[in-house]
Write a protein that binds this ligand. Structure first.
Ligand code: G6P
Length: 491
């Protein structure tokens, strides 16, 4: 283990004990970072879910220890993780199936998720789902309150658990609470479509510290609290805070990150070098061939159909690229209980087939579609051999794939095309900008990245790497911890 890494880990533990003496970190997030499943032959298998929340938080919990509360349909599970070297505990709340459906498939993912991504026509709200959402949020609060002491730090995550801070206070919990909202906070006109908006705002305003990925989301939240609850924001030397019913909540724009050192170390291993050689062979990436890469959950917010359209436009505009470039799209199935997601999978497959019919050569597919999750070490090798990574989300809280790609490019090679509407664009303006809804603009962005002079690509990658290494997941947690500390001092 590199010295810098040991240092980072010690710093995390020290910072936690320094700012919150005797505290345990208690995380609440819908998804657990590990899933224990049984194979057909009764063997125990561990799965790692896709998604930014678990990718960012698991490395931290490994360092600080603590408890992670999650929820699933079924019975409660108490797991010591990571399985190979347990360092923290995951308590998966067992939720009755119909309640879980209303909470997760219904209110959270058919209501809040599309609404917060401004895709209002996809959003549906039903009162029975709202009842389930409240019920599961209450279950989280009750279980947390049963183990947390006022010395601990409760850190709640994302749109699935907006009511947990409020319920915890109702249960008499007096310790510090942080809440981080990983997805965009919608503008006022969109939020107004949410029937229960005031209750969500009230729940969140019981946290001491409330973090968002971008300043735009912070401002939108502050305006919503003013408009809906008549709260007056107060700005001081430390930033913005809101006082609601006597409780002060500090707001912060704190874009999340990843374990940069871990990715850099992985990128430099012999195993990665060997994997890169094998992958190049497997994909027939000889001289003069280029690989474009997309890595996403198969989610409509990620803009995959428009991305493939844009790629088709690129190939029609530059026929000399046919047989020279290949698009590898990793599309990890997600939320398949929801019909919008199933339809998306069908349409992405259809587009990939059409593209291959139009532009594929017998030994050279124009697009390869991989529909399963890859391990981080496999992804890192892919990042390293890709000439261009394409992140073309319509809206995205942040997008950690963009950061992972940049972190893996220790050679300062490669190029990133990044949607101007992904939260990560605020920190990574050195990427090749991409306007995700227009196939011509997507094609332009890809062409710019492919044809840019080597020196420009290097210069951009250097700036991207400087930005990414400045804000690691460790600096992020440092900001959260000191923000919460300061917030609890003023309240
Ligand atoms: C996004 C959300 C997370 C969620 C993840 C995966 O990153 O912000 O809260 O866990 O997607 O989605 P899933 O529904 O599988 O948990």
């Amino acid at each position: 283990m590199a010295v810098a890494r040991i240092f980072a880990e010690e710093t995390m533990q020290l910072l936690l004990t320094d700012l919150f003496p005797g505290a345990r970190l208690i995380v609440a997030a819908n998804r657990a970072p590990f899933r224990r499943v049984e194979s057909q032959h009764g063997a125990t298998l561990w799965q790692r879910p896709a998604g930014g929340v678990t990718a960012a938080l698991d490395p931290l919990l490994r360092e600080t220890g603590g408890v992670w509360f999650a929820a699933e349909s079924g019975s409660e599970q108490d797991l010591a993780v990571p399985p190979e070297e347990p360092s923290y505990r995951v308590l998966v709340l067992g939720v009755p199936e119909d309640v879980y459906r209303g909470y997760y498939t219904g209110y959270a993912n058919s209501g809040l998720w599309p609404l917060c991504h401004n895709l209002v026509e996809r959003a549906h709200f039903h009162s029975r789902d709202w009842i389930s959402y409240r019920q599961v949020n209450r279950m989280f609060a009750a279980r947390i309150a049963s183990v947390a002491s006022a010395q601990d730090l409760v850190f709640v995550h994302d749109y699935q658990l907006a009511l947990v801070p409020g319920y915890l206070r109702q249960l008499g919990y007096k310790g510090p609470i942080a809440h981080f909202w990983h997805i965009p906070w919608p503008p006022a006109v969109v939020l107004r479509l949410l029937p229960e908006r005031r209750l969500l705002l009230q729940g969140l305003l019981q946290a001491d510290w409330l973090g968002f990925q971008t300043q735009e989301s912070v401002d939108a939240f502050a305006s919503a609290a003013m408009a809906e609850l008549g709260v007056t924001p107060c700005r001081d030397g430390h930033g913005l805070s809101l006082t609601y019913e006597g409780h002060v909540t500090r707001l912060a724009a704190a874009p999340i990150s990843i374990d940069i050192q871990k990715i850099e170390e992985l990128a430099a291993t012999r195993l990665t070098q060997e994997r890169m050689v094998k992958l190049r062979e497997h994909l027939a990436l000889g001289q003069e061939k280029s690989l474009l890469l997309g890595v996403d959950r198969l989610d409509y917010t990620k803009g995959i159909p428009a991305r493939l359209e844009g790629y088709a436009t690129l190939l029609s505009r530059y026929p000399s690229l046919v047989g020279k470039v290949q698009f590898l799209q990793i599309a990890v199935p997600t939320r398949t209980e929801i019909s919008d997601y199933r339809r998306l999978a069908v349409s992405v497959r259809r587009r990939a087939r059409e593209l291959n019919r139009r532009f594929g050569l017998p030994s050279w597919p124009a697009v390869r579609l991989i529909e399963h999750n890859l391990r981080l070490d496999q992804l890192v090798a892919l990042y390293r051999i890709s000439d261009v990574a394409v992140v073309s989300s319509l809206y995205d809280g942040l997008n950690l794939v963009a950061k992972e790609y940049v972190a893996a490019r220790i050679d300062e090679g490669g190029a990133l095309c990044l949607s101007e509407t992904a939260g990560a664009y605020e920190e990574l303006p050195a990427a090749f900008p991409l306007s995700p809804l227009s196939s011509e603009r997507v094609a332009e962005s890809l062409a710019r990245a492919l044809f840019a002079p080597v020196e420009e690509r290097k210069q951009r990658m250097r700036s991207l790497r400087a930005a990414v290494t400045q804000n690691t997941v460790h600096t992020w947690l440092g900001r959260v911890l000191s923000g919460v500390r300061e917030a609890t001092l003023i309240s």
